[in-house]
Write a protein that binds this ligand. Structure first.
Ligand code: SF4
Ligand code: SF4
Length: 452
């Protein structure tokens, strides 16, 4: 029988210097985690550089009052769409939580992904968890000091790259890089970069799992979302207990050989054998570690596995249930609404206000004029000029600029006067038309002929 890969010197606590050293493991869930996290990391660092038609593909520009989402320009008026997107994302999260627990936290949450990146850097620069734990408490000098400094330097570099990329979603990344190289980065952007880099360094390098446990509300309300059929990372106590070291011969022993490996690989430092805990992020590291042990002691894998309470009690898990169907329905409706909203976004923002000073002006016995202020603001930069006209079959006359040249200097407010000799009805509907080569829009208002 093969030897179980356990570090007995530091087991079970693995915390000789008061902090636990996360031991990296391999296995199918770690592969799955790589499959999800590396594309997400690539998207995060890559998307800010993508351009479409000469402008960023994704940008939340405060300066231009624009949101550019997947190449489509939206105005701030479209912010509810982002709120809708957040609601849709939250309902997806709830759906996942009811079905499979905190898989989002373990496999896709930025806090976990960046923590793993920082742990990998720690592993590369200071050695693996076993070595780090063994050296804990020893004086920091020579190569150990160099390695420690190298680790922090790499952490700072990664934190700065993360912060610059994050800022690149609000200020075009090419501007940030060009201005940084010329030492002309505005103080506000520099300050933001430093704060973001500091937060990343502290969160992923120093505080790590404490964020998940104390700052993330999800760990608190997950217990409300779970039911007996939710599959989470669980220890099969019926199979594993009574646990006993392999060296102890016992007829009445469970499959757990009490090696402590599941605890050593846990990024939040818990023992899953104690049952479901708020700190567990469902990352599957303990499953991989335990599976490798089970293989070596020639027992079936899955002593720790994604299992529901129902399954652990020997019954069959129900996947489809009312709560899951409810969250699924809300999620689909939310995504459908957001999609419909995106299709219906405006390329040109138009607002018409009546001159409050004079509701209508009697020019002569047969003619009445109304004065309007018209605001035109382009969202789509391709629209450079719009023609303005009114509908009404010749009964109205429009006075004011018939062509508006649009710039990026913000909205234009222009005065217009509409006159009519049709005074039979005190109030009629009036339509302003705005047209460019590729776009047309209309805005309705009212024409007042007299008091009513
Ligand atoms: S108990 Fe297992 S699944 Fe939960 S956080 Fe620790 S290693 Fe990950
Ligand atoms: S559950 Fe598995 S990994 Fe954890 S102590 Fe028991 S045998 Fe070892």
């Amino acid at each position: 029988m093969e030897k179980i890969p356990v570090v007995q010197d530091f087991s079970p606590s693995f915390r000789p210097d008061g902090k636990f050293h996360v031991r990296l493991t391999v296995g199918r869930f770690q592969n799955l985690r790589r499959l999800t996290s590396w594309p997400l990391i690539a998207l995060y660092f890559g998307l800010v550089w993508v351009q479409y038609d000469g402008q960023p593909w994704l940008l939340f520009s405060f300066a231009q009052h624009r949101i550019i989402l997947f190449g489509n320009a939206l105005s701030w008026h479209e912010l509810p769409l982002l709120a809708g997107l957040l609601i849709a994302g939250a309902s997806l999260l709830f759906f996942l939580a009811v079905a499979w627990g905190r898989v989002w936290c373990g496999f896709a949450c930025p806090q976990s992904i960046w923590t793993w990146l920082f742990i990998r850097i720690e592993d590369l620069s200071e050695g693996n968890a076993v070595k780090r734990a063994r050296q804990a408490g020893q004086p920091l000098r020579g190569m150990r000091l160099v390695r420690r400094l190298a680790k922090h330097a790499l952490w700072i570099l990664l934190a700065l790259a993360t912060a610059a990329t994050f800022t690149g979603y609000f200020v075009p990344i090419r501007e940030i890089v060009a201005e940084s190289l010329q030492f002309q980065l505005p103080v506000s952007v520099t300050g933001w970069l430093v704060i973001m880099a500091g937060i990343t360094y502290i969160n992923a390098g120093l505080v790590r799992e404490k964020i998940c446990l104390h700052a993330c509300p999800y760990s608190r309300f997950q217990s409300v979302m779970f039911d007996d059929d939710t599959r989470t990372v669980s220890y099969d106590a019926r199979r594993g207990e009574p646990r006993a070291n392999l060296r102890k011969a016992s007829a009445n022993r469970g499959d757990c050989v009490d090696c402590g490996l599941c605890v050593q690989v846990c990024p939040v430092g818990i023992d899953i054998r104690d049952g479901l805990q708020a700190a567990c992020i469902d990352c599957g590291a303990c499953i991989d570690a335990c599976d490798s042990v089970m293989e070596k002691v020639d027992r079936p894998q899955g002593l720790i596995r994604f299992a529901s309470e129902t399954e652990l009690q020997g019954n069959k898990t129900r996947f489809l249930r009312l709560r899951l169907t409810g969250y699924g329905t809300v999620m689909l409706c939310a995504f459908a609404s957001v999609l419909a909203g995106f299709i219906d976004t405006a390329d040109l923002l138009v607002e018409i206000r009546r001159d409050r000073g004079a509701m209508f002006r009697q020019v002569d016995q047969n003619t009445v004029c109304n004065v309007y202020l018209v605001k035109v603001e382009r969202v789509n930069e391709a629209i450079r000029r719009v023609d303005v006209s009114i509908s009404g079959g010749g009964q109205y006359k429009l006075f004011g600029p018939r062509h508006i040249d649009l710039t990026d200097d913000g909205p234009s407010w222009l005065p217009y006067r509409v006159c009519s000799q049709n005074l039979e009805r005190p109030k009629t509907e009036l339509t302003f038309n705005f047209a460019s080569e590729s776009f047309s829009a209309e805005k309705k208002t009212t024409f007042l002929a007299r008091s009513w």
